[in-house]
Design a protein around this ligand. Structure first.
Ligand SMILES: Cc1cc2nc3c(=O)[nH]c(=O)nc-3n(C[C@H](O)[C@H](O)[C@H](O)COP(=O)(O)OP(=O)(O)OC[C@H]3O[C@@H](n4cnc5c(N)ncnc54)[C@H](O)[C@@H]3O)c2cc1C
Ligand code: SF4
Ligand code: SF4
Length: 452
């Protein structure tokens, strides 16, 4: 990616959208909206000082909402360019409140609240669509209870939990436990505030609140309005600290997830959603199970699938190595349902087709290998660019020319065309670049001929 950023023949227009495409192969006019970042790209050094000081916390989309970022942010650490961006939906200053802390912090004077979108026009010979895919929404399959059971997560969420730069720094902390820890932090903040108010009253009456409250309840201060206020404050304080202590006791028992279940073909090979195989999910489940076991050697993983499609050089061997060295068990069976057992543990009920039995097993966390779905904006993009979609809403191509769209001079690569893994996407990108270069060279030759 760094090479792309530095390449003299490549211009990156990040945070931009194609609005209009006119013309034909060899001579397209493309209108691009460069969305405002409210940060001057040529001044911003990406130091991150603004993000550290920004007081607004927003769910972090890059971490699948499992962590928080500031209203001024860089989408992810290694992004090119490293320029920060202000999120206009959450920035206090842009929503009429007094703030501007980022502008006061930025030594490069890069913040510009007056910056507006810019429209630019490009003249290009060929176009390549590489708009990728979206994660299938597993809440459409009610029996998996995604979003109802906290410890049922998608594979992409699990990847963020596994990542050393993710919200748990690579620890397999369970979402249910993280929710309790967040509740403890919120209650501690409240308790600190109410204790501060009680401290003043204790000083005023020269008595600890607990001792006073016992006497108050026994009727000692009847008719004393000041002491009634104190008693009410103390009662409210108890309503914070008592559940807080219970939660703290519960949190002492938390451990990282050690019994993992991976459920394959979630939305894929399913005639209710996508009948096709998404191609990469068997391998990413094995990869995630192997990495989880590297993080905590006692971790065991069960991968439930109709079959494991380890298609590619060395993939079958990787699968077998996972079974031999990384505590992975492969179970052939479709999942009937997931329910919630004790300690927020997901319980998986499935048909073990080898044993011809219906079985139930409890896990610490369940990971759903979701289908590769067409990206949400693909309909608008296809219309803007002027290409057709196939019956699943991927960009339409023919099997004989897998990177040619229905419009000459416009090509496609990667998951925008169909589900595929990274090496296949890269190979297809090279192929699309070659096809685009043919068109560009042809039009340059024609221009030269016309001049001569
Ligand atoms: C959990 C998980 C783990 C995986 N692990 C692996 C793995 O270990 N190895 C492997 O080989 N594969 C893995 N894959 C598959 C891999 O993610 C895909 O093969 C790969 O991302 C496809 O690349 P792509 O460039 O086609 O699409 P994407 O990676 O989706 O990139 C498309 C880009 O286009 C942008 N975009 C979309 N619409 C527009 C628009 N209208 N205008 C401008 N930009 C737009 C998107 O924001 C995105 O940045 C995994 C997939 C999942 C879900
Ligand atoms: S906007 Fe300023 S403070 Fe923020 S990352 Fe860029 S240079 Fe640093
Ligand atoms: S790659 Fe595996 S999990 Fe993914 S759809 Fe195909 S068979 Fe199912």
């Amino acid at each position: 990616m760094l090479d792309v950023g530095r390449h003299p023949n490549l211009e990156l227009l990040a945070y931009s959208e194609v609005e209009k495409v006119e013309g034909e192969a060899g001579n397209f006019k493309v209108t691009v909206r460069r969305k405002t970042r409210y940060v001057e790209e040529d001044r911003c050094t990406g130091c991150g000082a603004c993000a550290e000081k920004c007081p607004t916390a927003v769910p972090d989309a890059f971490n699948e909402g499992l962590g928080a970022r500031s209203a001024i942010y860089s989408y992810f650490a290694q992004g090119i360019p490293s320029t920060h961006t202000i999120d206009p939906d959450h920035c206090r200053q842009l929503n009429g409140k007094k703030c501007g802390i980022c502008a006061k912090t930025c030594q490069a004077e890069a913040i510009n609240f007056e910056q507006e979108d810019r429209i630019i026009e490009l003249n290009v010979g060929a176009i390549i669509i590489a708009a990728g895919y979206d994660i299938f929404d597993p809440s459409l399959i009610p029996e998996y209870r995604y979003r109802e059971i906290a410890n049922v997560v998608t594979a992409i969420e699990f990847e963020r939990l596994l990542s050393a730069s993710g919200p748990t720094e690579g620890h397999m902390d369970r979402p249910s436990d993280r929710a309790v820890l967040a509740e403890i932090a919120a209650l501690e903040k409240k308790a600190k505030k109410s204790q501060k108010a009680l401290d003043k009253l204790e000083k005023k009456f020269d008595e600890p609140s607990a001792a006073f409250y016992g006497k108050y309840q026994a009727g000692e201060y009847e008719g004393d309005e000041d002491r009634k206020k104190w008693a009410d404050k103390y009662a409210s304080h108890l309503k914070i600290v008592e559940p807080l202590e219970e939660l703290k006791k519960k949190a002492k028992r938390f451990t990282v997830a050690k019994r993992l279940a991976f459920i394959q073909c979630v939305g894929s090979r399913d005639f209710r959603f996508y009948p096709f195989c998404s191609g990469y999910c068997c391998m990413h489940s094995i990869k995630e199970a192997v990495i989880a076991q590297e993080h905590a050697p006692e971790t065991t993983s069960t991968i439930f699938g109709m079959d494991i499609r380890a298609i590619g050089k060395g993939f079958e061997e990787y699968k077998i190595r996972g079974g031999n060295n990384s505590n992975i068990t492969y179970v052939r069976g479709r999942i009937a349902e997931i329910t919630e057992g004790p300690n927020n543990n997901p319980v998986v009920t499935y048909e073990n087709t080898r044993e011809r039995k219906v079985e139930s097993r409890e896990f610490d966390m369940v990971v759903l290998a979701t289908a590769c779905a067409p990206t949400k904006g693909i309909g608008t993009l296809a219309k803007t660019v002027g290409v057709e979609l196939d019956k699943y809403n991927f960009i339409k191509t023919s099997s004989l020319s897998p990177v040619d769209t229905t419009t000459p001079g416009i090509f496609v690569c990667g998951c925008a065309e169909s589900p595929m893994d990274v090496p296949e996407s890269v190979a297809q990108a090279s192929s699309a670049a070659q096809r685009a270069a043919e068109i560009a060279f042809q039009s340059e030759l024609e221009k030269e001929k016309a001049v001569a």
